[in-house]
Design a protein around this ligand. Structure first.
Ligand code: FCX
Length: 436
């Protein structure tokens, strides 16, 4: 048994009595109330999901397994010659809550190399789609097609399904999926935008470096990839992609079914697609300014108002939970300040950061006028030559797989039931409203 799985076994055995005790002895304790506003308003803020993988504080931002982004980056073993931890180290940490040793990280790196082969029929499914299909459609279709490989589904149908052991098969699928998804993403990129010329994986590289290699983008894109996948991995359980993954897996659908569904939610413009929308907004803005006209605070402000007055959202700003600048935005901004401070697009993104919160506050609708992760991520990709912005959400999807997979392994380990909230009718709401 790998050290990762052995650690996970220990952690799960330690954890199970906590969940059981809470259910048995304290199941009746009230932790929230649901108002009409919350029922109509997308269950905003209703505390009704449980996860220990990450927690999102509205003011502080995300903590992975109790650690802030800064603490996470500082704690985990770095990739050789890199500034950031390997994705494999982070996977160990996200799954178990323990910081791995270098030896444990090396074991995961070696294991992912064994697991990462994608069956040819998955690529054939992607190739069967029209080439101008959105890359998120291709990614979701590829993951869905791969469902045939599910060890969890095979186990379920074996006649020997045992709820206590189900997580081990989910862990198998989850590990295969996180090892394979960068292969599929790089394939889609090269298929769509690089004349269908592919670069085979390099057996000497960790996941982030290998992704950069297969994309055909030189250093420091290996570190960009590591940083990007870690930052996008998880944002507690209520966001659309994480929640979808959890919901679908709660029907004992396997990891491939669950993650394909999660990706479809991530592909929405209010969620992960916002990163491509940010680039589109900036390019439209520059095109409207015209050749040779410099962006200024005044013309940026005007463009933001034009967007709002047209009834559209400013992509990359606002958040359902956060009430301050997203630390994932800040982490990427720090990368830019260090590695590409003079990039003209970065300067423009910074100028938008200076004026957009004021505009949104004056507009008076958005509860959070501050930037989220998507406002800053595209500019880094652009700088390193990945300029096909409709691909950006695929990168988000590769990272988000880590969080969703870690969550559904634990969902099965803790025996969470099928998710089934209750709905009511408008008439019922009106009756409760009349009764005060
Ligand atoms: N620009 C303009 N209006 C905005 C806005 C923005 N960036 N953010 C919120 N608003 C508006 C909402 O559209 C809503 O208007 P309405 O009353 O007419 O429906 C009002 O402000 C209140 O919304 P609020 O409660 O602040 O925000 P929600 O929780 O409903 O929505 C998102 C949160 C993120 C969907 C919203 O802020 C938004 O549309 N932002 C732009 C898209 C984006 O960047 N999404 C990525 C988010 C995230 F980081 C991710 O998932 O990747």
């Amino acid at each position: 048994m790998s050290q990762l799985k052995a650690t996970l076994v220990r952690k799960i055995e330690e954890h199970r009595p906590r969940t059981q005790r809470l259910l048995k002895e304290f199941g009746h304790v009230v932790i929230d109330e649901v108002t009409i506003e919350k029922a109509i308003g997308g269950a905003r803020d209703v505390r009704c999901l449980v996860t220990d993988i990450s927690y999102l504080d509205p003011m502080e931002g995300i903590r992975f397994r109790g650690k802030t982004i800064e603490e996470t980056f500082a704690a985990l073993p770095k990739a050789p010659g890199g500034e950031y931890p390997t994705v494999e180290a982070f996977w160990f940490f996200l799954l178990t809550g323990e910081v791995p040793t270098q030896e444990q990280v090396d074991e995961v790196i070696a294991e992912w190399k064994e697991r990462r082969n994608v069956p040819q029929y998955v690529y054939d499914v992607i190739r069967a789609l029209p080439k101008d299909s959105h890359p998120m459609t291709m990614l979701s279709a590829g993951i869905l097609a791969m469902q045939r490989e599910s060890k969890f589904a095979r186990y379920y149908h074996s006649g020997e399904y045992n709820k206590q052991r189900a997580w081990e098969y989910m862990y198998e699928d989850a590990s295969d999926l996180v090892a394979r998804i960068p292969m599929i993403a790089a394939y889609i990129y090269r298929y769509k935008y690089k004349d269908d010329v592919h670069i085979p994986p390099d057996p000497n590289l960790d996941m982030g470096a290998n992704f950069a290699h297969m994309m055909g983008v030189p250093k420091p894109y290996d570190d960009v990839s590591r940083m990007y996948f870690i930052l996008h991995s998880d944002h507690e359980s209520g966001n659309v992609s994480a929640h979808t993954g959890h919901l679908v897996a709660s029907a004992l659908s396997d990891a491939y079914l669950a993650y394909s569904a999660a990706l479809n939610g991530l592909a929405g413009p209010l969620h992960g697609l916002a990163n491509q929308e940010v680039l589109r907004w900036i390019m439209d803005f520059q095109a409207k300014l015209g050749e040779g006209v410099e962006p200024t605070r005044e013309n940026v402000t005007q463009a933001l108002w034009d967007t709002l007055n047209a009834g559209q959202v400013i992509p990359g700003y606002g958040h359902a939970v956060l009430r301050k600048t997203d630390p994932r935005y800040t982490a990427q901004r720090e990368f830019c300040l260090k590695h590409m401070p003079d990039d003209p697009l970065f300067k423009l993104v910074s100028m938008i950061y200076e004026v957009a919160p004021g505009v949104l506050m004056q507009h008076g609708k958005a509860k959070n006028p501050w930037p989220n992760v998507d406002a800053q991520s595209g500019v880094i990709q652009w700088h390193y030559g990945v300029r096909e912005w409709d691909f950006y959400t695929v990168l988000f999807g590769v990272g988000r797989a880590l969080g969703v997979m870690a969550n559904i392994v634990w969902d099965r380990a803790l025996g969470y039931p099928i998710e089934r909230p209750k709905s009511v009718t408008t008439e019922m709401l009106e009756q409760w409203a009349a009764a005060g």
